[in-house]
Write a protein that binds this ligand. Structure first.
Ligand code: NAD
Length: 358
């Protein structure tokens, strides 16, 4: 029996969380659920958008399935999602992008996995605002230590990339490839320009690759990678990237397979793993039983794989694929015409998926 925390979120969160839980239960997966809240709904009731009991439950669970949460304004949290990533050191952002027959897209044979580093790089949040004393001090220091000069009217964002941070994410990419029967890892960088940050990333990637020689390894410069993904996506498999490039390339890959409605994801650390859809809480659809539950259900399938419940994961993914391929019991956004009156609601699409689980 595995312990899974279900964070129901807000906006459309509770509806899609319920749909995903029912689908997982239908696979027969041996899961003990602990339902917890986070977001604006619990904020109104308890005065905090992230109660301690939710954090504790995530800490103790084998995995967490999290519905979207609205970024709260004026609560001391920049974003609950960012807070959870930092608090539990969820250093991996995992985003598979796979073509499903029946999803409108320019491509029909995509099967890529983006592994994005989640803690370092330009997103580390180390910034100095233009005109402040600290920015001035930093600029003076840099100008006295570097041949290249920074003008005093500059704002500065720092890009740290470490050996340890790179080692663990690249090793995760190899481990994921091995566990999931994948053939190749591609490490992406701009080492030709940023020698001491991306150059270090590339050097460490190569070292880690040497220790994982059962899986093919290559590297690509990020601009070339973007062009290749659009022109020849079939050449790629697992792609590992520093934070900023990973953010951009994971959306590029979601676009290749038809957008965020079908894009699952996960943030994974050493001891905790939080599985979630890539889309947000779409507050305008709250309570309407209207939105597409697919991305969270596919995130749940990803979670089952992470929990070594491979059969259950495959059953669930195959059932989702079958319902989408039929195109009958799907939500409005998956119909060729968004006003199609035959579109079904969130819970009816989940029912159709459950009916296909064998
Ligand atoms: P959003 O993804 O919530 O919505 C954008 C649009 O996408 C919606 O208007 C809707 O048309 C469509 N959409 C989204 N999910 C859909 C679904 N399942 N089915 C059908 N259509 C869907 O993005 P937003 O409006 O920028 O963000 C709303 C809130 O969600 C913000 O507070 C944002 O910070 C938060 N957010 C949370 C997460 C998370 O919890 N992981 C991720 C992204 C955004």
């Amino acid at each position: 029996m595995k312990k899974v925390t279900l964070v129901t979120g807000d906006g459309i969160g509770p509806e899609i969380a319920e749909a995903a839980r029912r689908c997982v239960e239908a696979t027969g997966a041996a899961i003990e659920w602990d339902e917890q809240q986070a977001g604006t709904d619990v904020m109104e009731a308890e005065g905090t958008p992230l109660p301690d009991r939710t954090v504790e439950s995530i800490r103790q669970a084998d995995a967490t399935l999290k519905a979207p949460i609205t970024t709260p304004v004026g609560t001391g949290f920049r974003s609950i999602n960012v807070h959870l990533r930092q608090y539990f050191d969820l250093y991996v952002c995992l985003r598979p992008s796979k073509s499903y027959k029946g999803v409108r897209s320019k491509y029909d044979d995509i099967d890529l996995v983006v592994v994005r580093e989640n803690t370092e790089d330009l997103y580390a949040g180390i910034e100095f605002e233009k005109g402040t004393d600290t920015a001035g001090e930093l600029i003076n220091w840099i100008n006295s230590h570097s041949k290249r000069k920074i003008t005093p009217d500059s704002g500065i964002s720092i890009k740290p990339i470490s050996v340890a941070g790179t080692e663990r994410i690249v090793q995760f990419a190899f481990d994921y490839a091995r566990k999931n029967g994948r053939r190749k890892v591609t490490s992406v960088h701009k080492a030709n320009i940023m020698k001491y940050s991306d150059g270090l990333w590339l050097e460490v990637s190569r070292e880690v690759a040497k220790k994982n020689s059962d899986i093919e390894f290559e590297d690509r410069i990020v601009d070339n990678m973007c062009m290749q993904l659009v022109q020849k996506p079939e050449l790629y498999d697992v792609i590992v990237l520093p934070n900023l490039y990973g953010d951009i390339v994971s959306d590029l890959c979601a676009g290749l397979v038809g957008g965020l409605g079908v894009a699952p994801g996960a943030n994974i650390g050493k001891n905790q793993a939080v599985f979630e859809a890539t889309h947000g809480s779409a507050p305008k659809y709250k309570g309407l039983n209207k939105v597409n539950p697919t991305a969270l259900i596919l995130s749940a399938a990803l979670m089952l794989g992470y929990l070594n419940m491979r059969d259950e994961a495959d059953k669930l993914e195959n059932a989702v694929a079958a319902v989408i391929a039929e195109g009958k019991d799907v939500t409005y956004d998956m119909k060729p015409d968004r006003d199609d009156p035959t579109a079904v609601g969130t819970s009816e699409m989940a029912d159709a998926i459950i009916a296909k689980i064998k």
